[in-house]
Design a protein. Structure first.
Length: 161
C-alpha cells in the first residue's frame, strides 16, 4: 500500500466497511502521523500531490473523516477514523448550510489513545462509525471519547439518525 498515491487512499477505512472500526482507527491514525505529518519546505509533500487531492485527504484523515464513495450519493456518509486533534471546528457558510458550525472534539486523545470508546452527537449517544453529510451541514458537535484499547468485536457502522 502506497499512501502517497490516490489508488491507496481509502485503504485504512475499508475496515469500517468490514465491521472492524478498531482497525480503521488504528490505521487512519498511523497513516496520518507517518505519511501526512512529515512535510518539510525542502521535500514538500510525500507522494503524488496533484490537484490538492492528497492534501485534502491529509486534512480529512487528521480530523477523523473520510468518504468511501467520493460524495456520489445524495446524502453521503463520512467514515469516522481516529482524529489527531483535540478539537476541530468547521464554520459552515450560511448561504449554503443550515448550521453555523460542525465541531469534532476528542476526550483523552493522545498518542496511545487512538480508539473510540464512546461518542455523542449533539449530546445524544451516537453509535456506529459513520456520520452523514446532512448531519454535518445542519451543524452540531461530535464528541469522541478515546481510549488505548480496541474493541475488536464486529459492530454495526450505521447509527440511528
Amino acid at each position: 500500500v502506497n499512501y502517497g498515491n490516490q489508488p491507496s487512499m481509502q485503504t485504512a477505512f475499508i475496515f469500517n466497511q468490514l465491521g472492524r472500526p478498531d482497525l480503521t482507527q488504528y490505521w487512519s491514525r498511523k497513516v496520518s502521523l507517518e505519511v501526512h505529518s512529515k512535510l518539510t519546505e525542502e521535500y514538500g509533500y510525500n507522494g503524488d500531490e496533484d490537484q490538492g487531492l492528497m492534501g485534502s485527504l491529509a486534512v480529512l484523515m487528521k480530523i477523523g473523516l473520510f468518504q468511501m464513495n467520493g460524495g456520489t450519493e445524495s446524502n453521503p456518509a463520512y467514515e469516522i477514523g481516529s482524529p489527531v486533534f483535540d478539537k476541530v471546528k468547521i464554520h459552515l457558510h450560511p448561504d449554503y448550510y443550515e448550521g453555523e458550525s460542525f465541531t469534532i472534539r476528542t476526550i483523552d486523545n493522545n498518542s496511545d489513545n487512538v480508539y473510540i470508546k464512546s461518542s455523542t452527537f449533539n449530546q445524544k449517544s451516537f453509535t456506529g462509525f459513520k456520520i452523514h453529510h446532512e448531519e454535518i451541514v445542519n451543524g452540531g458537535k461530535l464528541v469522541l471519547e478515546m481510549g488505548s484499547r480496541a474493541d475488536a468485536t464486529p459492530i454495526s457502522l450505521e447509527h440511528n439518525q
